[in-house]
Design a protein around this ligand. Structure first.
Ligand code: FAD
Length: 415
């Protein structure tokens, strides 16, 4: 038996590629090393599956940084509207509850996987689990077959969609990288991205219960223009060892390469909805005038959670039973400065174990963006996170995986 296409990996990218080729009447085999398909897809969006978002293609690509334009053809073939229509065609309705992020109406990733599985069955795509691909066999730079731990399958076309290295227990452990390197492809340096960050400070562990909204983060290294540009905005949660929450996921994506280089990165965090020192002083004075009997923590609680107000006063050696007007000189200045920009020092992270995505991957220079085919090996296609493309939090990475998978599944070149 020779397959038209063998897809390796049953994540969003592999499933999309298998469905597209199946819809085009191709004989497709899907190989997955775990005992079931789509393990990571099941965990996405906290089990709710944030499939995409409503950005237009230009803004969407810009959000991915300098590599974003590589996605042009893939997104032109399948943007978020096409993705919603695709899911509709397999009986899964989607919606946009906050006007930006796209979810299945069920808010259940299981229903997404069921819909995709039914479509694969309808198209007679053969699925074999517990098949760990170890080698792609080629002759004269063309594919002849693929080898798993206990089998060899014949094909001229392979879609390698083995993902990155984040959350390895969900299947993606970087298997695809040595396979492509052995075929002459370059893999850029890989970094864990989108995960909680550890800090040198530990005081924030006393403020774990509260989510702080509309936080701004910036890097605090003077005279480093590249790092100075790194900022992030969003919701923040404190942990006993550091910082987490959506703003940290996006910030971590940018900061990990620098953390690798500098070992520690000082940052400043605005925890007062973007207020500057003058605005903070004005707000505190107004509140204290209106409610003169309230102590400093009670006054600050209109700006930040009470637990945080207490900790910031502690850092400034301020007696929390005092009124604002009774706090003097340096302590008062320090408190206002801290409220405007609270310093932390990022000192580490949990690596790939808790990284939602991987930064880096197969070099874009060696992939045709119009087909997703390798420029080195005929018939070898790539899609999803295995490629050197990563986006922020908010449906970006799944849209890219689906779009690139569909494009690769077209097999424009070889059939
Ligand atoms: C907890 C979590 C939540 C997330 N939430 C979101 C979200 O809501 N929205 C969003 O856009 N993105 C989200 N992401 C990111 C997103 O899930 C990934 O970017 C995307 O799933 C990548 O898809 P993929 O198909 O490229 O790879 P994967 O989904 O990682 O699939 C790769 C597959 O290949 C298999 N495989 C690996 N090696 C081999 C081998 N040698 N042989 C055979 N099979 C192999 C793996 O077992 C796996 O099933 C989240 C990530 C995580 C970890």
């Amino acid at each position: 038996m020779t397959y038209d296409l063998i897809v390796v990996g049953s994540g969003a990218a592999g499933l999309a590629g298998a469905i597209k080729a199946g819809r085009d009447g191709k004989k497709v085999l899907l190989l997955e090393k775990l005992s079931q398909i789509a393990t990571k897809l099941k965990a996405t969006g906290g089990g709710r599956c944030n499939l995409s978002n409503t950005l237009d293609n230009t803004s969407f690509m810009q959000s991915f940084g300098k590599n974003g334009r590589f996605m042009t053809t893939a997104l032109n073939k399948m943007d978020h509207n096409d993705l919603m229509n695709f899911f509709k065609s397999i009986d899964l309705e989607t919606h946009i509850p906050d006007g930006f992020r796209i979810f299945p109406v069920t808010h259940s990733s299981t229903t997404v996987i069921n819909a995709l599985t039914n479509e694969l069955k309808k198209l007679d795509v053969e699925i074999l689990c517990e098949q760990r691909v170890e080698e792609i066999i080629t002759k004269n730079s063309k594919i002849t077959s693929i080898k798993t731990q206990n089998n060899i399958y014949n094909t001229k076309n392979i879609l390698l969609a083995t993902g990155g290295m984040g959350y390895p227990k969900m299947g993606a452990t970087g298997d695809g990288f040595p396979i492509v390197e052995s075929l002459g492809h370059k893999v850029t340096k890989l970094y864990p991205a989108m995960m909680p960050l550890s800090t040198k400070e530990t005081w924030q562990g006393n403020c774990r219960a509260d989510t702080i909204s509309k936080v701004t983060i910036k890097v605090n290294i003077p005279n480093n223009n590249k790092l100075k540009k790194l900022t992030a905005k969003g919701d923040l949660i404190f942990t006993s060892t550091g910082l987490r929450g959506p703003v940290i996921l996006d910030f971590a994506r940018e900061i990990t390469p620098f953390l690798d280089k500098y070992k520690e990165v000082p940052i400043l965090v605005n925890l007062t909805h973007g207020m500057n020192e003058d605005q903070i002083i004005k707000a505190i004075k107004e509140k204290s005038t209106k409610e003169p009997s309230k102590n400093i923590v009670e006054i600050l609680s209109s700006l930040v959670p009470t637990s945080l107000a207490k900790e910031l006063c502690k850092i400034c050696s301020i007696d929390i039973s005092k009124n604002y007007k009774n706090i003097q000189g340096e302590a008062k200045n320090k408190l206002i400065k801290l409220l405007a920009w609270t310093p932390f020092t990022i000192s580490g992270h949990d690596g790939f174990n808790k990284a939602m995505i991987t930064r880096g991957g197969i070099s874009l220079k060696e992939i045709n963006p119009n087909t997703m085919e390798s420029k080195i090996i005929k018939g070898l296609y790539f899609a999803g996170e295995i490629i050197d493309i990563d986006g922020p939090c908010g449906g970006y990475n799944l849209q890219w995986s689906f779009s690139s998978g569909f494009l690769a599944g077209e097999l424009l070149v070889n059939l």
